[in-house]
Design a protein around this ligand. Sequence first.
Ligand code: GAL
Length: 687
Amino acid sequence: MICKRLLSVAALVCFLPAGLIAHAQAPLPPEPRTPPLLLGAAWYPEQWPESRWDADLSLMEAAHIHFVRVGEFAWSTLEPSEGDYQLDWLDRAIRLAEKHHIAVVLGTPTAAPPAWLTQKYPETLRTLADGRKDEHGNRQQFDWSDPKYRELCRIIATKMAERFGHDPNVIGWQIDNEYANESYGPADRTRFQQWLKAKYKTLDNLNARWTTAYWSETYQSWDQIPIPQSGNPGLMLNWRQFISDTWRSYQKNQLDAIRAHADPRQRITTNMMGWFDRYDHYTVSQDLDFASWDDYIGSGHIDPARNGATHDLTRGFLRKNFWVMETQPGMVNWSADNNMLNKGEVHAMAWNAIGHGSEAVEYWQWRSDLNGQEEYHGTLVGPDGTPVPVYYEVQQVGADFDKAGPALAGTTVDSQVAILNDYPSRWAIGWQRHNKAFDPIDSLMTYYRPLHSLTGSIDIVADTAPLSRYKLVVAPALNLLTPAAAKNLEAYVRGGGHLVLGQRSGMKNEDNGLNPERQPGPLVDMLGARVEQFYALLPSVPVPVSGDWGSGEDTLWVEQLGSLKPDTQVLMRYGKSNGWLDNQPAAVTRKVGQGSITYIGMELSPETGAKAAQWMLNQAGIEPTMPNLPEGVDLAVRTGEGKRILILTNYAAEPRTIKLPKPMENILEGGTVDSITLPQYGVAVLK
Ligand code: GAL
């Protein structure tokens, strides 16, 4: 690889056909090559003359690229006019990729309806929140609930699946692309009202559960109910749940069309967007074969913990390994400052994904579009078709994936710790932040950072996920607690689990109304304590806090705990501040059989958070994986098939030496080591 890196581009291109001739002698494999770790690129053959495809695929093969994703915006090429299906070019692209040992993931093109479609069926255009109709010329201009649009989507997905559903070189499908925009037209509103009627059955029920007597919001007929921009918390919550269900059925329409014609080995996904929260990802993922997401940094540099948590979130959608379906080859074009990642950072970022359970890393996109909205975006080859500098770094990623693939095959992230994520809770806090700086993801990260650095593996799952396999479950800002989730948490603790609830937990019920027990609602009795009062803080007036986890200062949000049962133990207390909080409990815990429940009403600072995390692990009987990691070194652990793989990455500017708990096989460099020194962005994969 190093000598290839030293070759000029021209020499590299000349070098390739020799390799290809060698391949050409051998019969094509019956199934595509799908190694355990996949490197991919988003390729848009429809934008380029066919005579160019072979050169692109040769460069991809030389970069160890195993798959391309094709077709997800190509509707106007696949069906240039209604009913005129042009799939031969796609077939030729798939065949040529196969010759280069590159498999294909097909995207259904429904995120980019062609002009003829929106012209002939204007009812398929979405209505913006201000009442204007969207128009052709961008993408995602469709109405996700419109029956005509769904019919047209079903037809194009069916045509593609009939043609490629048994294609040996097609390994999977991506439905649409990054679901994002809902629609606010009169027909959407009617469908929302029908959905509400099916859920609440009677208006009396709906009115009571939403407390619509407040501000005379009472509804006398279903058609009075609006699509909210802001408004009643129950109405707001239901609109988001309707959006989620509607994306699910939008997707199911295409899933069914493909599954009717495709081999089950062609697994189906859609590319989601990390913490994006306009729909409930647990609702939408449940019909997919695997989850995937688009991992973009935008401005700045990778924060391995936050990026890692986003991988864990995605892995949690279906509680199994996932794919990074898109990531930046160094830079994007859509941020305020589209800086290039540092040399080495793209490589480290790829391993961040693998460490958290990804099976694939795909770069968006292969080559710069000559025109179109994304001319400035990072690519692997430039508009002239020759590699840009980051190409060679991605080539190294591919070489490493090939080397480490066998060791990582059959492994996943198997954590003893789960952090709960809940969309309704995040929406509810988002609509009523009470302190504009309170962000539920930031709050989650105050737990994630210290716990992940001690364990190297965390699961992020829904509050209704099976929990008995975890020794510790942490629920930061679980604001809205449905009866099902409350039952799940209570059964977990009674079964011997250790539950930690963070700020703002258990305040609301399933209709986004207040729990009369106060926080944590249905869990007050088990905790033997409750939140007496919450306080949004002024950053200029910090509240001191001290106790078992040392001392710190809170500046955002605190909760005063009280009404303690005799066996509820106080762990932390507030110091002198606004009078109300002076010497009041800030964190409490109570043993329940073999398990325990803890409520943390204070913020965790880096200092108190580190001690609190250590306390939580002790409480749950979990040994830290590598307790004394040097600052800036990130640890990830994957296990399976009797193997345990550690992935260490140094994000510090200076080299770091890490002492290993025992001698380990160095997968990328070879040999056995008991300590390792990594330069900035250096990665070690150790078995
Ligand atoms: C993604 C999208 C891609 C491309 C990329 C650029 O959100 O799925 O099609 O636009 O952003 O960063």
